[in-house]
Design a protein around this ligand. Structure first.
Ligand SMILES: CC(C)(COP(=O)(O)OP(=O)(O)OC[C@H]1O[C@@H](n2cnc3c(N)ncnc32)[C@H](O)[C@@H]1OP(=O)(O)O)[C@@H](O)C(=O)NCCC(=O)NCCS
Length: 364
């Protein structure tokens, strides 16, 4: 018995942060950002991580033809939970009314969706759960220093979700590779989302901001994706030529292009939506998966590779033989509340909070 994807959906908040907007905040320009990252705009959320997750979850459940009470396991992958206890998954469980679901958060940073898929599939094949709702949701702008051009251009907010259920027909997850390298972990750190340091460091802007070595992460990512995809495809008993669609983590278009080239993958088979979404960590792959289904990249019976790398550092890939259904069974009218603020209004708290770090160089 295998675990297969039966529903999918995403939620992007309405407010765009364009490269032109960023030009007003930091010393950058559209050409640099597009050439180095492929990003034109990203979304900034006016609501909490749970709100994004809730809408994506309703859409995925409707696509699977299920009600929240049908779910018996809810896994939420995130590095920006709204709260750590109760877990964000439990907050979401209450919000959805998924009263029959066990619920927990999973943190593997940008690889969270892949770790979550592996966990969900194992729960199903191991007989622990039957219908798993997996959500990847992030409000990354909350930890972003919008004076720091080296990080703030990259990330955006959003959520994606999927339902996994048992399959008897041979479709489902057929190969998985997961890995981590804690030694390289200091290349990407959110210091104050944990107990490290003094209590007062929670309010210390230097401790709070993302610490990040972009070039180191870039190299780790390209090599990591290549090796991980090869291992997962091998474990599925397939070769790279059998792969019909690749859904990579959207961190940088150059990373996707370089890794695809090393793998010899036809760019037409690779889903890229980074131009409009930026890097949304654990939400990135499920949002790209939903776009791949909506755009027809994934056809019935397709061999689909999902792959990611991220903080930890962590990496992972899954290979799924997609089922016969590539269209939703139903749709949901769930939607976010309207936003009446500009993107600059939404970013003002971050600008104020981090301003002391940049008193002598307003745009570093
Ligand atoms: C962050 C990243 C885009 C930087 O691209 P890069 O080509 O490595 O650029 P560099 O860091 O070498 O910077 C080159 C120059 O551009 C400057 N620069 C950095 N950010 C800039 C910006 N937003 N606008 C304009 N110039 C910028 C740097 O200061 C540097 O100037 P210098 O040569 O005068 O010192 C890239 O390293 C990356 O995408 N890394 C992976 C990041 C990631 O996705 N992490 C999350 C993984 S889940």
């Amino acid at each position: 018995m295998r675990a297969t994807f039966t529903g999918w959906g995403k939620c992007v908040p309405p407010t765009k942060l364009t490269n032109a907007d960023l030009e007003q905040l930091v010393d950058t320009d559209d050409d640099w950002i597009v050439e180095r990252t492929g990003i034109h705009e990203r979304r900034i959320s006016h609501v909490e991580t749970t709100d994004l997750a809730e809408v994506a979850a309703h859409r995925a459940l409707a696509a699977a033809g299920l009600e929240p009470a049908d779910i018996d396991m809810l896994i939420m992958a995130t590095v920006t939970p709204e709260i750590t206890c109760p877990s964000n998954a439990c907050v979401l469980q209450e919000r959805l009314g998924a009263v029959n679901a066990a619920a927990f958060d999973l943190n593997a940073a940008c690889s969270g969706w892949i770790y979550g898929t592996a966990t969900a599939a194992s729960m199903i094949t191991g007989g622990v759960a039957e219908r798993v709702l997996l959500v990847g949701a992030e409000k990354l702008h909350w930890v972003m220093d919008y004076w720091d051009r080296s990080t703030c251009i990259l990330f955006g907010d959003g959520a994606g979700a999927a339902v996994l259920e048992p399959s008897q027909a041979g479709d489902g997850v057929i190969g998985t590779d997961l890995g981590a390298d804690g030694v390289s972990g200091r290349t990407m750190v959110f210091p104050t989302l944990g107990t490290r340091g003094r209590l007062s460091s929670v309010l210390d802007p230097f401790q709070h901001r993302l610490h990040f070595d972009g070039q180191a992460v870039f190299k780790i990512a390209v090599q990591g994706i290549e090796k991980s995809v090869r291992r997962a495809v091998d474990r599925a008993g397939l070769s790279l030529g059998d792969v019909d669609a690749v859904i990579p983590h959207q961190a940088n278009e150059r990373i996707i292009t370089a890794a695809s080239r090393r793998l010899g993958l036809d760019p037409d088979r690779v889903m890229v939506n980074i131009a409009t979404h930026g890097n949304s960590a654990a939400a990135s792959v499920p949002m790209a998966l939903t776009d791949a289904l909506d755009s027809g990249l994934i056809q019935p019976g397709a061999v689909v590779v999902q792959t990611a790398f991220g903080g930890g550092v962590t990496w992972g890939s899954t290979v799924t033989r997609w089922g016969e259904r590539v269209t939703p069974l139903g749709t949901s009218d769930a939607a976010l509340v309207d936003c009446d603020e500009t993107v600059f209004d939404l970013l003002a708290p971050n600008r104020d909070f981090y301003a002391p770090l940049h008193a002598h160089s307003p745009a570093d």
